[in-house]
Unconditional design. Structure first.
Length: 249
């Protein structure tokens, strides 16, 4: 959906929360051409996805281990490259090859988080198609909700096997977050015939912006902060859903 809603913060925090829960975790910066996971983490990776696409390194060699900032919070990152026209304009066959490589790499991990770019452009959807779930990070801004609905609609047609789930971010209160969720859920029910599941509500906190400016994870600077506790609850829900799905197979 819309940029600026906290996708990258949520992706990083979920990756760290998964790792803290003892899950081998990979965070992929899938925002082709406008990557910034490395910036928010304050790391300078030696190589990245652009080098993989160019054929200079293998996918495994581009993985960078990072300290998640808390006990047992380390995870791996597959960084992108900001301002890379080669990544932003990948032809469909290259994106398909990348998605296949990521699917193979994912077998080494318990949890894989892909921070996709905002929007509904084709390459974003091609990467999303490889996922089990698409976590929609939404705020109460009308543009965010409109863009999220558009993403869900396109995703349902392009990748019906991928389950859209909703995270309401930067909510002023639980009640306000629930109202935002109900608005997007009603639209989906009315026009698409289904109601997406609510993963959770993350309360607004200026500490998030402060951590991003300092290129630190909030989970390391203030692990008891409300947004961190909210994100951990979402991670636990996602782990539980994955475990239930495995038991059902």
């Amino acid at each position: 959906g819309k940029g600026g809603v906290g996708k990258t913060f949520m992706a990083i925090t979920l990756a760290s929360a998964f790792a803290q829960a003892g899950k081998r975790t990979l965070l992929v910066d899938g925002d082709l051409g406008l990557a910034n996971v490395d910036v928010q983490l304050g790391i300078a990776p030696e190589t990245d996805l652009a080098a993989v696409i160019a054929g200079w390194v293998e996918l495994d060699d581009a993985v960078t281990p990072v300290d998640g900032g808390a006990a047992d919070g380390g995870f791996d990152v597959l960084p992108g490259r900001s301002g890379s026209g080669a990544l932003a304009e990948l032809p469909p066959e290259e994106v398909a090859r990348l998605a296949a490589g990521l699917s193979a790499l994912a077998l080494q991990y318990d949890q894989v988080v892909v921070d996709l770019g905002a929007g509904i452009e084709a390459n974003c959807m091609r990467l999303a198609r490889a996922a089990d779930k698409a976590l929609m990070v939404i705020t109460d801004e009308p543009t965010s909700m409109t863009d999220a609905y558009a993403f869900i609609k396109v995703l349902r047609g392009y990748a019906p096997n991928v389950e859209p789930v909703v995270c309401i971010n930067q909510a002023d209160s639980r009640a306000a977050g629930q109202r935002t969720y109900e608005a997007i859920a009603r639209a989906c029910q009315t026009f698409l015939g289904f109601r997406p599941h609510l993963a959770g509500v993350v309360i607004r906190d200026p500490k998030v912006r402060d951590a991003i400016r300092c290129q630190k994870t909030l989970i390391s600077t203030d692990p008891q902060a409300q947004p961190i506790q909210d994100a951990i609850a979402i991670s636990q829900m996602l782990i539980g859903a994955a475990s239930a799905a495995e038991l059902g197979n």
